[in-house]
Write a protein that binds this ligand. Sequence first.
Ligand SMILES: *Cc1c(COP(=O)(O)O)cnc(C)c1O
Length: 387
Amino acid sequence: MKFETKAVHMGEEPNLKEGGSGDVVIPIHLSSTFARKKVEAPTQGYEYSRTGNPTRKALENRLASLEGAGYGLAFASGMAAENTLALTLLQTGDHLIAFDDLYGGTRRLFDRVFFKNFQVEASYVDARDPQKIRKAIRKNTRMIWLESPTNPLMNLCDIRAISRIAKEAHLLVVVDNTFMTPYFQNPLQLGADVVVHSTTKYLNGHSDSVGGALMLSDEKLYLQLKFNQNATGAILSPFDSFLVLRGIKTLAVRMKEHEKNGLRIARYLENHPRVRKVYYPGLKSHPQYDLAKKQMSGFGGMLSFEIDGGLKKADRFLGNLKLFALAESLGGVESLIEHPARMTHASVPPEVRKKVGITDSLIRISVGIENIDDLIEDLDQAFKKIA
Ligand SMILES: *Cc1c(COP(=O)(O)O)cnc(C)c1O
């Protein structure tokens, strides 16, 4: 079955068996508990909704099938998914290697929770060069945590090459695939072990639900994760599960539009005299354009750029926009714009921001699926006002 078909059908096959109602859309199962016929075992497989819920299960099956994984798990947020994974894989004294340009909340989880409470040490390396990962491996290294492209600088890492290095050293590779979605990138096929998503972003796609997911194929690890999901309890609600199931049905259609608009805006910005630099993997000027073409089947709708001028210019430009909402988050149908240094990446220490290149001139856009002419017109009038 092809991607678009799976996105519409997987996990939501109508129940036409005796007693089934044949719903084309799975019901939102709100029941917190499930009756059984005998004490020994749950009759229909469900006992209590933290442990398992039919609406969430439908979503988990769909998520697994989209990433080509054996198993999926849905959580209350992307961070809940990450936390459950980290709690499952890491113990006091362990070490992990991560890309030095990660989602700010991921770095905060490692530094301010796992390092502070459990002395789990993280080495942040420039994973654009796989050899830097190899050099950072220690005796107590347990996993490698990657994002590609990164947020907000759109740096890539070679997932296949790094996974090979990891296999030699018996390390797990985790890839946060939120930016690309399984429509444009399949980390498990490139050799990674676990995929992380914030379903809040493209998978749900309509900026009206916060959620997260893990997809993987190793049964032993899945059972451990499932145990910890139930033990720690940060599960996705039945209503949010329904929303994400619904959102995913149009994922393929939306991603094509996000990409089309993303590329147009990237090219527009690249030719604009008030723009110093554009970060978008679909531009030939992107230093890793060849890797992007090889590793991804599309370039997505996220980009960032450096405006010509500092904080004041950036503020005036952002204040002039009418269509782009000044807001954190990404991946919804509406276009959003933000200032990473003071918004999404404010929790990253200033010296780290400086080192990785998140300057005060940097602006990030999540390109929506509005008409491209309206989007460019809005950017145009905002630039003219600061000229
Ligand atoms: C938003 C995001 C997260 C965190 O997800 P939440 O749903 O906000 O908890 C993790 N990784 C990336 C790349 C994100 O964009």
